[in-house]
Design a protein around this ligand. Structure first.
Ligand SMILES: Cc1cc2nc3c(=O)[nH]c(=O)nc-3n(C[C@H](O)[C@H](O)[C@H](O)COP(=O)(O)OP(=O)(O)OC[C@H]3O[C@@H](n4cnc5c(N)ncnc54)[C@H](O)[C@@H]3O)c2cc1C
Length: 383
């Protein structure tokens, strides 16, 4: 078997495995976790048992060295079953990739083995109440004190907040240096002075435990610095932008595909006056728009991810474009799925209702659509 076939078989096997876990172990708990707003630990353990996070670690760090194209296929499978679980998974991968790409040997040795099995859970703490999507405006400060940094400030809306063990935290280490005065620290749960707010009662993605984080004179060992001091935005670029935006795009597509499957089944099975509603042109129009929306976004994400895997200079812009397109598509597709299903689609015991609420969060998450549109246009205008 040549190398190309071997890789292809490995990749097909990974996707099959993700689909099986999603269907058998993640989907059955998704609606209940959503309703109760409980963190899906069983789903996370199932992901960890087969070491799904390690699929994107380099082979040197004990992973399979797969790129974004396979990562996004796996995330889609998870998101079809439970978008909250998929969001927790991608946040975890972002922290792990930051350590793998930019962390020192001590951090890699301490964290990567447990992160690959989800024995430790990772999360990302960038955004702040007064900064919104503008990571350059954060004010959480880390002042060097001997072999430590003393951190003060707060973060908000942190996925897996209070549940995760390790947080990729963007801080300001030198206020004089603007964007070059920002750094990333690994902040461990249990650090004295670190506390969490109440979980937000969100409209969707309700099992993700979004919490505010408060840092009061938290002493963080200097060896928890990820990357160089002053190089925080580069670390975020390689991990959050490099992987998180692709993962978020894939969540939207997974949500849309799940809604499409459900709506198609409904159009076949729901009969009125003895005839399935799918025979009506109006229903067919809804369905065909949903098919084209999700397939176009999927093909576009695959193209963006494959190019990013091959050409590092395209990573950020391709991720922005894929996320913008996929997240807006998922709102349209899930909205149409509800329309197609009539009153049935509007009820809480129907998964399209959850899918619509989940899709809504993804044009806000990480960078809002408005920021993405501006970034995409500025790149074209070279300004
Ligand atoms: C489900 C979910 C999960 C999240 N998980 C995490 C996480 O794990 N870690 C983390 O760090 N953060 C997380 N966030 C936070 C998220 O990144 C922010 O909510 C997002 O960046 C927007 O910030 P904001 O909510 O403060 O909106 P604001 O910044 O207040 O924006 C409000 C509106 O103003 C617009 N706007 C603001 N400034 C501009 C501008 N300069 N130009 C044009 N339009 C502008 C926005 O586009 C938006 O429409 C999460 C958010 C959600 C919804």
């Amino acid at each position: 078997m040549n190398e190309k076939n071997k890789n292809y078989n490995q990749q097909a096997e990974i996707i099959r495995l993700a689909r099986k876990i999603a269907k058998e172990q993640i989907a059955p708990q998704a609606s209940e976790s959503d309703r109760k707003g409980t963190f899906p630990w069983e789903a996370i353990r199932a992901i960890g048992k087969v070491e799904l996070p390690a699929l994107v670690f380099s082979e040197k760090e004990g992973g399979l060295g797969e790129g974004r194209a396979i990562f996004t296929s796996v995330v889609q499978e998870l998101a079809k079953a439970c978008a909250s679980t998929a969001l927790i998974y991608i946040s975890h991968v972002v922290l792990a990739k930051a350590i793998e790409i930019s962390g020192n040997d001590g951090l890699k040795k301490k964290w990567l083995p447990d992160l690959s099995k989800c024995k430790a859970l990772g999360a990302v703490a960038v955004h702040e109440p007064d900064a919104g999507s503008n990571a350059g405006a954060i004010s959480t400060q880390a002042i060097k004190d001997g072999d430590s940094y003393i951190v003060n400030g707060s973060k908000f809306f942190i996925t897996s907040g209070g549940e995760a063990n390790a947080y990729l935290t963007l801080v300001r280490t030198d206020p004089e240096k603007g964007l070059n005065g920002m750094s990333t620290l690994l902040v461990e749960k249990g650090t004295p002075g670190l506390s969490f707010g109440q979980a937000e009662e969100k409209m969707g993605l309700r099992s993700t435990s979004s919490r505010e984080m408060f840092f009061k004179d938290c002493r963080i060992p200097a060896e928890n610095l990820i990357g160089d001091e002053g190089g925080g935005l580069q670390v975020i670029g390689k991990s959050l932008i490099g992987w998180g935006f692709y993962g978020a795009s894939a969540i939207s597509i997974g949500i849309a595909k799940a809604a499409l499957d459900k709506a198609t089944q409904h159009a076949r099975e729901r009969t009125i006056a003895g005839q399935p509603i799918g025979i009506h042109q109006g229903v067919q129009f809804l369905l065909s728009d949903m098919i084209l929306g999700s397939e176009t976004a999927d093909a576009y994400l695959t193209a963006c991810a494959s190019e990013a895997d091959a050409v590092p200079g395209t990573v950020a812009l391709n991720g922005f474009k894929a996320k913008l397109y996929a997240s807006e598509m998922a709102i349209e597709v899930t909205n149409k799925a509800i329309q197609l299903m009539g009153g049935h689609g509007y009820c809480q015991n129907n998964i399209v209702e959850r899918l619509f609420r989940d899709a809504r969060g993804l044009t806000l998450h990480f960078k809002t659509s408005e920021w993405l549109r501006q970034d995409i246009a500025k790149a074209a205008l070279k300004i």
